[in-house]
Each structure stands twice: as C-alpha cells, then as structure tokens.
Design a protein around this ligand. Structure first.
Ligand SMILES: Nc1ncnc2c1ncn2[C@@H]1O[C@H](COP(=O)(O)OP(=O)(O)OP(=O)(O)O)[C@@H](O)[C@H]1O
Ligand SMILES: [Mg+2]
Length: 394
C-alpha cells in the first residue's frame, strides 16, 4: 500500500490521525476554561499516566482549546536540569507585553511587569539578557524574598490581575511535571491556591508521570483540593479499534476485524504502540484490506523498532546496578511489585537498595504507586527487559 498516504503517526507528541477515547477529558478541560473565564471556581487539571499514552498530545489539544476560548497561553516542558522559575519567566514576560498591547486603562499591566522584575531579582539569575524595554523599576519587596512558595503566588497574582484588567485569562500548560522538585511543585500549588481564593482568571494544566503519591504532607492535601488528577491510560478495545480503523477508512482502505483484534492484543491499547503497529501493518500489506496475516508478519519488525527507538534510549541511560534492579522487577512480571519482593529476588537487603530506587525514580523509569510498591513508567517494559537481558543473574 502507498506509504506516502500512511495515516499513522508514531512519535513523541505527534498528533494521531484519530484522537480516540479522550472525549471526556477534553470536555472536562473545556468546562475548566469556561468556568475560570466566568470567574467560577474550578479545579485545575494534572493529567498523569505512563509513557506514550498521549499526555503531550492532549496538552497540545488543550492549548488550542484555551486559545479558542480567549486565553493567553504558556506551554512549557519541564526538564531535569531547569528550574521552574527559569522556565516560566520568559513566557510570563511575553504575556505581559501582549497584555500591554491590548487597549485598556488601569495600571495592572505595568505593575505586573514591575513584579516580574522583582521576581527575577529574587531568583538572582539573568534570564538570557532580560531586556524589558519599558522604563519600569522593579517593585521592591513584591516577589523577591527568594522563597519560591511566597514569590511565585505573588507573581501569578500580579500577572492574573493584569489579564483580568485587559479582559482576558491565562492558561499555563506544563508537560513532564514530574521533573519539578518538591519546593517547585509546592510553590505551584500555593500559587494556584491563591488564584482560587481571589477568583483570578489563571489556570494550570499539567501532564506527567504519576506524581501525587510522591507529594507529601500539606502540599498533598492542598493538591487534592485544588486539582483533578485524571489518569490517562491505555485505550479500551472499542477506542483502540477506532484509533486504527477510522484513519484507514478515511484513506479509502480497509482492515479486517481479526487484524484489529490482534493489534489490540499485542499493544494492550497503548496509544504509542497502536500507532507503531498501524504504521508498519499498512506499509507491509500488499493490498487492502490489511489482514491478520499482514499484522502477524509485521510483529517481529515492530518489536524490533520499539526496542530500538522507544525502549533502548531509556535502557542506555542506566547504570549496571539500575539495569539489574529493573531486570529483577521484570522477573516478577508487569507489576507493580513490593519493594521487599524485588529485594528478595535480588537476594539483597531492602535498605541497601534505597539509592538505586531513588535514581531510577529520578530518571523517570519507575514510580511508586503506593507506599512500598514500585512500577514501571513504560508500558510493557518488563517484556523488553527480558528481551534485552535474557538471563537474570542475581
Ligand atoms: N487517543 C489517541 N489515539 C490514538 N493515538 C494516540 C492517542 N493519543 C496519543 N496517540 C499517539 O501516541 C503516541 C504518543 O503520544 P504522546 O507523545 O502524547 O504520549 P505521552 O504520554 O506524552 O508520552 P511520554 O510520557 O513519553 O511523553 C503518538 O504517536 C500519538 O500520535
Ligand atoms: Mg509527552
């Protein structure tokens, strides 16, 4: 079949030809944007889920929805080595300048810029060569205490008040939110708390690996009141079928029901895998309809490609000890697994494994769904580990 017309799009953040099974989360975001603009309270969204389930795709879609609802938007991706402040400052600056260009009276925009200058003074860094162009002095004391949990809420308040004055609203969308440290997460939570108390038109949509279990104490109880944590998971069979079949139909071709069933079984409904199987099955099939045999014949190739592209990049960043830990988890199956049981499997004392667990969490390879449990962040990673390291040596 014609490769150029292949509709599937395996790849990080690549919009799928059919965004299947996500209507209700998108509707939830639409309500959030509508309510915040109307100054009605609504919980912000933190979407969490494993690798390749479609979080980035949803975040991009939600940014489009926010823009269509009249929002000014900021979309950023957190990194292991970049602070929240450095990430946000250039965007907040851009928004304030956009607001300044909207006709209106009042001094809230100018104040917003002064508070941002104060904030930058507080974090004591130069963000590029911050040229403000407007002759405004920093508002001393507004957001420069150096304590992010105080300064960030003050900064957000000033920006949101400026947006309100110009009759608009601000949506901040953050991907890979698990990379923030606990102070940064807690500052974000405090900032959103202030937005809610003052009914200011600013909202947050985040996406990342599951983080809620890792939040502690006060932050956690705040977070539960201020955010919804929708779990983005694999697609149930009818949606997975739609994700494959509709794009093929739309291209004027066909696929047999048995072929669809086989792909669902192999992928367990994980969106990234659906795209990869769909893509290869299309290319492999001689003529329409794509048959069960076409799918079976591509499975080996797809698994090889997944190993090379999706799994291997993560595997290569691991130390030998980390690999051994993951291999022990894989020995026990898909998971989650008790940390004690993993230690037993390795014939090691559970206490000596603390550091390797911590570094695997930091690298985003595993997370703790509940106390004493460990799970892979990458779907089907146990199968990959057994392929990559066939023999398990204790
Ligand atoms: N609802 C969906 N239906 C079909 N395919 C989808 C759906 N959502 C995402 N995809 C596809 O899945 C793949 C992964 O999507 P995306 O990069 O958004 O995942 P992610 O959750 O952000 O992954 P990661 O945690 O690795 O960043 C892409 O190829 C995308 O086209
Ligand atoms: Mg992503």
């Amino acid at each position: 079949m014609d490769r150029i017309r292949n509709p599937f799009s395996p790849g990080a953040g690549s919009p799928p030809p059919e965004l299947a099974g996500r209507d209700s989360i998108l509707a939830q975001a639409q309500v959030l944007f509508g309510r915040i603009r109307a100054k009605r309270p609504e919980k912000s969204l933190l979407m969490t889920g494993l690798r390749g389930v479609g979080k980035t795709v949803l975040l991009n879609e939600m940014e489009r929805m926010a823009m269509a609802s009249g929002y000014r938007t900021i979309l950023v991706e957190a990194h292991e080595n970049k602070s929240l402040a450095i990430l946000l400052v250039p965007h907040l600056r851009r928004i304030l300048f956009e607001l300044d260009r909207i006709a209106g009276t009042g001094n809230k925009v100018k104040r917003g810029i002064a508070v941002l200058k104060s904030f930058i003074g507080g974090i004591k860094v130069t963000v590029g060569d911050v040229e403000f162009g407007l002759d405004i002095d920093p508002e001393r004391g507004a957001a420069d205490s150096g304590d992010l949990e105080v300064d960030l809420p003050n900064l957000f308040t000033a920006v949101a008040e400026a947006a309100e004055e110009r009759g608009t609203a601000v949506a901040i969308l953050i991907d890979e939110i698990q990379y923030f440290n606990s102070t940064e997460l807690s500052a974000l939570i405090m900032a959103m708390h202030k937005m809610q108390q003052r009914q200011l038109p600013m909202t947050l949509v985040g996406a990342g690996l599951p983080i809620l279990p890792g939040l502690a104490g006060e932050s956690k109880s705040y977070a539960e009141r201020l955010f919804n944590f929708p779990d983005i998971g694999p697609l149930p069979e009818p949606d997975a079928v739609k994700a494959l079949k509709d794009p093929i139909d739309a291209a004027g071709e066909a696929i047999e029901p048995s072929a669809l069933r086989e792909i669902f079984q192999m992928t367990k409904g994980y969106p990234y895998f659906l795209q990869e199987w769909g893509y290869q099955a299309w290319n492999h099939a001689g003529t329409s309809p794509i048959s069960l045999r076409d799918v079976s014949e591509t499975t080996e190739l797809v698994i090889r490609r997944l190993d090379e592209n999706f799994f291997r990049v993560r595997f290569d960043r691991l130390t030998p000890r980390e690999k051994q830990y993951l291999r022990a988890m894989a020995e026990l199956g898909p998971g989650p697994h008790r940390t004690a049981e993993i230690a037993d499997t390795m014939r090691a004392k559970i206490t000596t494994l603390g550091p390797v667990r911590a570094s695997l969490i930091k690298k985003g390879m595993v997370y703790s769904p509940s106390h004493g449990d460990m799970a892979f962040t990458v779907p089907l990673f146990d199968e990959f580990m057994r392929r990559a390291m066939p023999r398990f040596e204790r």
